[in-house]
Design a protein around this ligand. Structure first.
Ligand code: CP3
Length: 367
């Protein structure tokens, strides 16, 4: 644990005693806990009937932009599953609107940006001065924080997670115009425009740091930065084109006094470089055994992961064995947060999700 992290523990203790009563926050800071904390990526989503019931009456963006509904969806999922942290219901792409980029979610297709950013002029036109328009997320966090203010029956306070995208992953949606397989346009700009690419990274860092600050002020205990598609990059490209801006974003969010979780998928070869962002916690996917991933990011950092979300479709004995395996890989060392390696997918049996949480609580005790 670095001195900087220890300083933050001290700050949190004086500034917000509730956060330190949270085993989730303590684990993020690498401190000992009574048992391994657990929450799940996409814990509020289409696999859950309660979410689908809300979704029948509201679009995804309506839910995100209406604090009462976003808070309700967040709270319902956390309570139904009995997890140790609630991630605010929002979406990675929300900051596009105040930056001047129109987008929508099309059924079956995911997000679509109608006029993708392809030129230096378009990058120059992106706005960074309207972050205030994202305050609806902070209003939803305030509601979630008020709901979970009191400690639970076991004396532990639920952790509240705010989040934002990482510069590379958000740039990829801006430039490709949606999800992508080969990231051709993104890499073209990255390799060939020494003006546009750094300017885009800088603008994203500025907007995302402001957005994270609103969330922390509203009560988020931890910020998770999603670099879901960083795994598309080789190590040299990640280090040259992506690491500097990401490190700056992490530094600015940590300056708000909260730990940062930095998450990506298919990142086995990138893990040592991702640790150089300085994030307190690094997300691991299931392609790397947890102990090996932890070694790659260094023992001074915490890790989060790393059950394959598709094991949730498997039979009970296999699922249980895999949960035990993840915990055995962590070996009870301080600084492990149990999670999936990526989000719960639609169609996942809810009872299996609940079982996994129960098993972690049972098998993850540290006496
Ligand atoms: O419970 C939670 O995890 C919080 C909710 C959450 C959503 N999006 C709501 C959502 C979170 C954390 C996100 C982050 C997000 N958004 C990411 C990073 C997470 C990851 O999976 O790596 C990304 C890449 C996005 C962008 C995005 N939003 C895509 C690609 C899609 C389409 C995916 C699909 O399967 O169709 C979305 C839509 C979206 N965001 C849904 C939810 C619950 C599903 C669509 C819906 O309800 O209509």
């Amino acid at each position: 644990m670095s001195n900087v992290s220890l300083d933050r523990v001290a700050t949190q203790q004086t500034a917000d005693p509730a956060s330190c009563g949270s085993r989730f926050v303590r684990a993020c800071l690498g401190r000992p806990v009574d048992r391994t904390p657990v929450w799940l990526l996409r814990q509020a989503g289409r696999y859950m009937p309660e979410y689908m019931a809300v979704r029948r009456h509201h679009t995804l963006l309506d839910i995100c932009r209406t604090p009462e509904i976003a808070a309700e969806v967040t709270i319902t999922a956390a309570e139904r599953l009995g997890v140790d942290a609630a991630i605010i219901f929002a979406d990675l792409l929300l900051p596009f609107t105040p930056m001047g980029l129109e987008f929508e979610f099309l059924a079956g297709e995911g997000p679509v940006v109608h006029r993708p950013v392809r030129t230096a002029e378009q990058v120059a036109a992106l706005r960074t001065d309207r972050v205030e328009e994202l305050q609806y997320v902070a209003r939803a966090i305030e509601r979630v924080a008020a709901h979970f203010r009191a400690p639970r029956a076991d004396g532990d306070a639920l952790g509240i997670i705010g989040f934002c995208g990482a510069p590379f992953t958000l740039a990829s949606y801006m430039i490709e115009g949606g999800s992508s397989r080969n990231y051709i346009e993104t890499k073209k700009m990255m390799y060939s425009d020494a003006v546009a690419w750094p300017l885009l990274m800088e603008k994203l860092v500025s907007v995302l740091a402001g957005f994270a600050a609103q969330q922390v002020e509203a009560g988020a205990d931890v910020i998770q930065i999603f670099d879901s598609w960083a795994g598309a990059l080789g190590v040299a490209d990640y280090r040259q084109y992506v690491l500097p801006a990401t490190r700056e974003l992490v530094r600015r969010v940590q300056g708000l006094g909260v730990p940062v979780i930095y998450f990506g998928v298919d990142t086995t070869s990138l893990l040592p470089s991702m640790a150089e962002t300085g994030a307190d916690v690094i997300g691991l996917d299931w392609r790397v055994p947890l102990a090996e991933g932890w070694k790659a990011v260094g023992s001074t950092r915490a890790v989060q992961g790393n059950l394959d979300p598709i094991t949730l479709f498997g039979p009970e004995d296999v699922l249980k064995a895999r949960v035990r395996e993840v915990l055995a890989e962590a070996a009870g060392r301080p600084g492990h947060i149990f999670n999936l390696g990526h989000g719960i997918v639609p169609g996942t049996p809810v009872e299996n999700v609940i079982r996994v949480v129960e098993w972690v609580k049972e098998f993850g005790r540290h006496e």
